[in-house]
Design a protein around this ligand. Structure first.
Ligand code: MD6
Ligand code: FE
Length: 214
């Protein structure tokens, strides 16, 4: 592949840890299609604030699509089949998201990834996501595919203990981060989003995390 072809897709694949791969700009050419499939999902299941089991508000409003959706409330963090806001099943996971997730996972070395849920996070400038592990899924051998849209973010990639040093990973519009294997339970978070205006997305960052929860 010639350099200009590579640049079209945002640049070189970067391995950040043994089983963590950044695919810069992988979905840049499919952003409009992604937004088209997200619009009806977010009409049916609007962004909402959730709270931690301890009762603290989570700063990042979320929504979901797929056979399961991730929620947090006084009873804990878990996946549900129904949206607690509407009582309806979560909107279906659009085929495009399943395809993009499988393609990104494969590019990162994970074969046959079949996502069944997508968590959608909405960040305004100033919002952050504190260090956490993703451990509500059933099978930790399955990777997670994370798509960034809109304002840039700095992703903190930590270790297997909360107090380990973190790597700062810039995530830009159209980037895809894939992690799994022995990195699957690393602590991670997002630094406060800097104020700004993204030409397509406005003053926000949207993150899509595709998983196989069941
Ligand atoms: C975010 N992402 O980037 C938050 N979790 O907005 C996550 O918490 C995350 O990006 C697991 C794997 C990839 C992620
Ligand atoms: Fe996470």
């Amino acid at each position: 592949m010639i350099q200009s072809d590579l640049d079209l897709f945002g640049g070189q694949t970067q391995r950040l840890a043994s089983h963590t791969v950044l695919l810069p700009g992988l979905v840049l050419e499919r952003v409009e299609s992604l937004l088209d499939v997200l619009r009806p999902v977010l009409r049916a299941a609007p962004f909402r604030h959730m709270s931690t089991p301890g009762g603290q508000a989570i700063g990042v409003p979320v929504s979901n699509c797929g056979t399961l959706g991730w929620i947090s409330d006084a009873r804990g963090y878990r996946y549900t089949e129904h949206d607690p806001l509407t009582g309806a099943p979560w909107p279906a996971l659009p085929a495009l998201l399943v395809e993009v997730a499988a393609q990104a996972a494969l590019a990162a070395g994970f074969e046959h990834f079949l996502a069944d849920t997508c968590l959608i996070n909405h960040y305004l400038p100033g919002t952050r996501l504190s260090l956490h592990q993703d451990r509500n899924e059933r099978d930790f051998s399955q990777p997670i595919v994370s798509i960034s849209l809109g304002l840039p973010a700095v992703f903190l990639l930590g270790g297997h203990a909360r107090n380990e040093a973190t790597q700062r990973v810039p995530l830009n519009h159209g980037d895809v981060l894939v992690w799994g294997g022995e990195d699957r339970l690393r602590f991670h978070g997002v630094l406060p989003i800097k104020p700004g205006e993204h030409p397509r997305m406005g003053a926000r960052r949207i993150n899509l995390t595709l998983r196989k929860a069941r």
